[in-house]
Write a protein that binds this ligand. Structure first.
Ligand code: F6P
Length: 497
């Protein structure tokens, strides 16, 4: 088959540039790239459609066509979408249904051949999937990755702060795009059953999709890139070992320097709740005596001391961490160091696995949680949030087995106890290490994900699912103007009423 991925935000290049460094260069790009590579490995032809960027700050994304070295079956196709310079995903709305859509249609008209199926990712990709479907009849799948209504819940959006929040995140445009995408998609792909029933049943989407309509949904978990994340020594291991040990020597007194680490390597995004782990260390002396906390950040030699290098939410998160650590007087149990890419991250996970360490992720809500599986795949046991995807990926109800320790991310004592459960028992630590690797290999590889997408693509190409009542595509997306914009009144109707 010929499959087109629609992913305008972030970008793609052979070096996976900027991954982990910017909110738009997070797990979704890993997901799209690895699924695309997996489909090509199954013999299918794949285009990843993204945005052309001509910006000296972001020099990797100006070529129209790009390819991955180890996969000739995948093309990265960059189509202009608004101005030349890089734009965060929140600013793409006026250009998706105009420049980008027209550019894509022209690209395929010139080629004289269009993909059999599109797979659209996030609200922005989903909107364009619906528009191409309307103009060319090509069936499409929609994968939300994260939905705006949940983000509004998490950010406590009210009628009072609605205007300010919509200014910053354009929730009106995002929710309208999500509603259109889920309403018109031939299939909605979620990573877990929970995502389907909890996220797509939000009142904001009540008339857009029937969450109990089995024809509309397929659960296809993402996978771990086991080329990168595996227990076998890699070329970066020595460099990362010395980077970690240098940081420990710099930050932790000799008496504690050989303790295991609790590694926290998420984006500096409020929803990742770094402070939840700091609070666990503040609350539990036993935890401080059993391990040191390592905050992994990209882009600064000594992240917790080089705050001036950060701005926005990243800066706020780092300030919150450093203020709490200072107030608690626990600087002797905290270290931080940079990891610049996934290879270095995998090397750090392997170092952790050799030193009885633990990976932690305490998100207030984690749609799926790929990072814990990546750590487990390197042999590093995990203690993670009990909110979201990890409750499915790390617990097997049937076998009653737990592959990671789940904790309430906002209860410091419970977090501390969860960490101590592994840190104080070598036997239990080893059990979680072995079970964790097995869990990933059996259920969470990108090969499995690609097979899931192939099956869905074949199904919808032969029997497009009629979406029933079609939601009209708001005029704003194809004729953006202050008059057609999605105003606050409409956003209130969708989200509050
Ligand atoms: O990369 C993972 C991801 O969920 C992307 O889908 C998205 O760009 C970002 O992180 C989350 O975006 P938001 O905070 O706007 O939901």
């Amino acid at each position: 088959m010929y499959i087109g991925f629609l992913n305008p935000q972030g970008n793609f290049d052979p070096e996976d540039s900027y991954w982990m460094e910017h909110p738009d260069f997070g797990g979704q790009l890993v997901y799209v790239k690895e699924t695309a590579l997996g489909l090509a490995a199954l013999g299918h032809r794949v285009d990843i459609l993204t945005r052309r960027i001509k910006d000296p700050e972001w020099p990797e994304f100006s070529e129209r066509i790009d390819r991955y070295v180890d996969s000739q079956g995948v093309r990265i196709v960059r189509i202009p979408c608004g101005p030349d310079e890089f734009l965060p995903k929140e600013e793409l709305w006026p250009y998706l249904g105009t420049d980008w859509l027209e550019g894509i249609l022209d690209f395929y008209d010139d080629q004289g051949e269009v993909p059999d199926v599109f797979t659209a990712h996030y609200a922005d990709g989903g909107l364009v999937g619906a528009l191409i479907n309307e103009k060319r009849g090509v069936p499409f799948t929609f994968t939300g990755h994260s939905l705006g209504a949940q983000k509004m819940d998490r950010y406590d959006v009210t009628r009072d702060n609605l205007e300010e929040m919509d200014e910053r995140f354009h929730f009106g445009r995002r929710l309208e795009a999500e509603r259109v995408a889920m309403n018109r998609a031939d299939r909605i792909v979620t990573s877990t059953n929970q995502e389907r029933y909890k996220q797509y049943s939000h009142t904001a989407y009540r008339d857009a999709v029937a969450v109990d309509d089995d024809r509309k949904f397929s659960v296809i978990p993402p996978g771990v890139n086991r080329r990168l994340f595996n227990p076998d020594p890699g070329p970066e291991d020595d460099e990362i070992q010395s980077r970690i040990e240098t940081a420990l020597t710099r930050d932790v007194p000799a008496a504690k320097r050989d303790l295991p680490l609790v590694l926290y390597s998420s984006r500096l995004d409020r929803k990742k709740n770094h402070i939840g782990l700091v609070n666990a260390f503040l609350k539990s002396e036993q935890l401080r005596e059993s391990a040191n906390l390592a905050v992994v950040v990209r882009g600064a030699e000594n992240p917790l001391k080089d705050l001036e290098r950060f701005t926005g939410e990243s800066r706020e998160v780092l300030e919150e961490i450093t203020e709490a650590v200072t107030e608690g007087g626990v600087w002797d149990t905290v270290t931080s160091f940079p990891l610049e890419n996934q290879r270095e991250l995998a090397a750090a996970y392997r170092w952790g696995a050799e030193h009885g360490s633990v990976f932690s992720l305490l998100s207030l809500y984690e749609p799926f949680g790929l990072a814990p599986l990546e750590a487990m795949s390197c042999g590093l046991p995990v203690v993670v949030t009990n909110r979201g995807g990890p409750t499915e990926s790390l617990v097997d109800e049937k076998e009653g087995l737990e592959y990671g320790v789940l904790v309430d991310p906002e209860k410091p004592r419970e977090v501390a106890d969860g960490l101590l459960k592994l840190l104080t028992s070598e036997e239990r630590w080893k059990e979680y290490q072995e079970f964790g690797i097995e869990r990933v290999i059996s259920k969470y590889t990108w090969e499995q994900t690609a097979k899931g997408y192939r099956d869905v693509a074949e199904e919808i190409a032969s029997y497009p699912t009629s979406p029933g009542e079609e939601i009209p595509i708001p005029e704003y997306f194809t004729a953006p103007s202050p008059e057609t914009d999605i105003g606050l009144k409409r956003l209130e109707e969708i989200y509050f009423d």
